[in-house]
Design a protein around this ligand. Structure first.
Ligand SMILES: *[C@@H]1O[C@H](CO)[C@@H](O)[C@H](O)[C@H]1NC(C)=O
Ligand SMILES: *[C@@H]1O[C@H](CO)[C@@H](O)[C@H](O)[C@H]1NC(C)=O
Ligand SMILES: *[C@@H]1O[C@H](CO)[C@@H](O)[C@H](O)[C@H]1NC(C)=O
Ligand SMILES: *[C@@H]1O[C@H](CO)[C@@H](O)[C@H](O)[C@H]1NC(C)=O
Ligand SMILES: *[C@@H]1O[C@H](CO)[C@@H](O)[C@H](O)[C@H]1NC(C)=O
Length: 417
């Protein structure tokens, strides 16, 4: 592969982002991308083009930084799921707020009573801050990034064993496999609504584990690079876990509802399921699923001008359009990997491609709906589109070069619903 091929296909889009914004490593804080699937073949090809140096340094720094928060476990949370089983994953629906006016109690309720007794009402886009009392979702996001960046960092070492791949083993064991700390393979309590009619997960909670596309990339990188820390034993155990979780996704009400969703939930369900299929070594299924996305719901998601009506109607339209584009990009990367003869970037819906959506979004003003503080969510998407389609007239570089200071504001604002 020539350096320019590698450049045009660079999966992380990081080189592009970093060089365009001229941000030095020391001032380049960790950014949690919503979803991603860096191509394991590209990463393990060991291309050492000097232009990737900054991106590689950043990846190693991010690997170390994310590892510092681990290991993670669902058994760490201060509240146990309604099942009473500490191994059950749990998170609260982000936009649900208590209405205790009909709870028939004039005294102040304890939190635990409020969660059971009060009705909960939906306010789109307004995150109830008590969601952060239970960190399972943030833990899984961090785990996903830790696995991805430590796997890449390990291959950058050119060694069959490294502290980075040992991190991956430790984190995968703690979250999935360990008898004391492992998670049950279900999302029965993900984005759970509370109150008397709640106490069980919703289909929206399937999004919580979208990091599986990143984890798949990391595991495939370790396998392909012949890493000796990633043993046949742990590989088999993770596959067994994922097989059970795939069954749950295919049979549970939450999983089948998310799998039939036509908006960002459907896009990102495919990211996750295709990632899982790659982990369990069913490459044809990953190809079929992602191809099915482009011939299926993708067709309903785009207008000719590149807007996405189902995301545009949300209270945070700039955020949701970006979130769904990140899902499209990830499906395209998954499909290109699973079936190298495929051409997802050329897929059209009403004449529009993934590129058309970003070109449209670049012309919209996030401040129109009070989203100026999440402007930076578009940058990884612009970089991904530039790396897939090229940038002959330099418009993507120009867009990415302008607002250096804003990139620093990009943190954990990515989609929760
Ligand atoms: C009323 O609130 C108190 C204090 O939280 C609690 O002990 C009691 O069980 C509640 N009663 C009802 C009927 O909810
Ligand atoms: C996740 O990582 C962020 C830094 O990116 C950190 O602030 C946060 O505390 C971490 N949370 C968990 C649960 O690891
Ligand atoms: C790994 O190999 C590449 C290509 O030979 C080289 O550029 C790079 O410096 C090596 N990395 C380490 C950590 O030795
Ligand atoms: C869609 O819903 C049907 C009926 O519930 C279910 O059998 C099917 O598995 C769902 N599709 C996906 C992709 O989850
Ligand atoms: C952006 O601003 C809104 C309200 O002005 C606030 O609710 C939200 O938390 C902010 N988001 C970030 C990522 O700072």
């Amino acid at each position: 592969m020539s350096p320019s091929d590698a450049f045009s296909r660079v999966a992380l889009s990081l080189y592009f982002l970093l060089s365009a914004s001229r941000v030095a490593l020391a001032t380049n804080p960790f950014v949690q991308y919503a979803v991603d699937f860096p191509d394991p073949n590209l990463i393990t090809a060991g291309n050492s083009d000097a232009r990737f140096g900054g991106a590689q340094d950043t990846i190693v720094a991010w690997a170390e930084s994310m590892a510092s928060y681990g290991p993670w476990s669902v058994t760490n949370k201060p509240v146990v799921a309604p099942s009473g089983d500490k191994h059950d994953y749990m998170s609260w629906a982000p936009y649900q707020w208590p209405d205790c006016s009909k709870a028939g109690n004039t005294t102040v309720l304890s939190d635990a009573d409020m969660w059971k007794t009060c009705a909960y009402v939906f306010r789109d886009g307004q995150v109830n801050p008590d969601r952060f009392l239970i960190e399972d979702f943030q833990s899984f996001f961090n785990l996903s990034d830790a696995v991805l960046y430590n796997s890449i960092a390990s291959t950058l070492q050119n060694k069959s064993s490294s502290v980075y791949s040992q991190n991956v083993v430790k984190f995968v064991n703690a979250w999935f496999l360990d008898a004391d700390t492992g998670m049950n393979p279900n999302l029965n309590y993900a984005q759970m609504n509370r109150g008397p009619s709640g106490q069980q997960g919703e289909y929206t909670g399937i999004l919580d584990l979208r990091g599986f596309a990143k984890i798949a990339s990391g595991i495939l990188i370790l396998r392909k690079s012949g890493n000796t820390d990633w043993t046949a034993d742990i590989d088999a155990k993770l596959i067994a876990w994922c097989d059970k979780y795939i069954d749950w996704l295919n049979t549970s009400p939450s999983g089948t509802t998310a799998g039939n969703a036509t908006n960002n939930h459907g896009t990102i369900f495919v990211n996750q399921m295709a990632g899982l299929k790659l982990i369990v070594k069913d490459v044809p299924a990953a190809a079929t699923l992602t191809q099915g996305y482009f011939t299926g719901i993708f067709q309903k998601q785009l207008q000719a001008n590149g807007d996405q009506p189902m995301e545009a109607s949300r209270t945070h339209p700039y955020h949701y359009r970006n979130f769904n584009i990140a899902g499209m990009v990830t499906n395209a990367r998954l499909l290109s990997y699973a079936d190298p003869s495929s051409t997802p970037w050329k897929s059209t819906a009403n004449g529009a491609t993934i590129q058309t959506t970003i070109d449209f979004l670049m012309t919209t003003d996030p401040a129109a709906k009070g989203e100026a503080n999440i402007t930076s969510e578009i940058y990884p998407n612009v970089a991904a589109i530039a790396s897939a389609y090229g940038d002959p007239d330099g418009k993507y570089v120009k867009f990415l070069s302008a607002p250096v200071s804003r990139t620093r504001r990009m943190r954990h604002s990515f989609g929760i619903r």
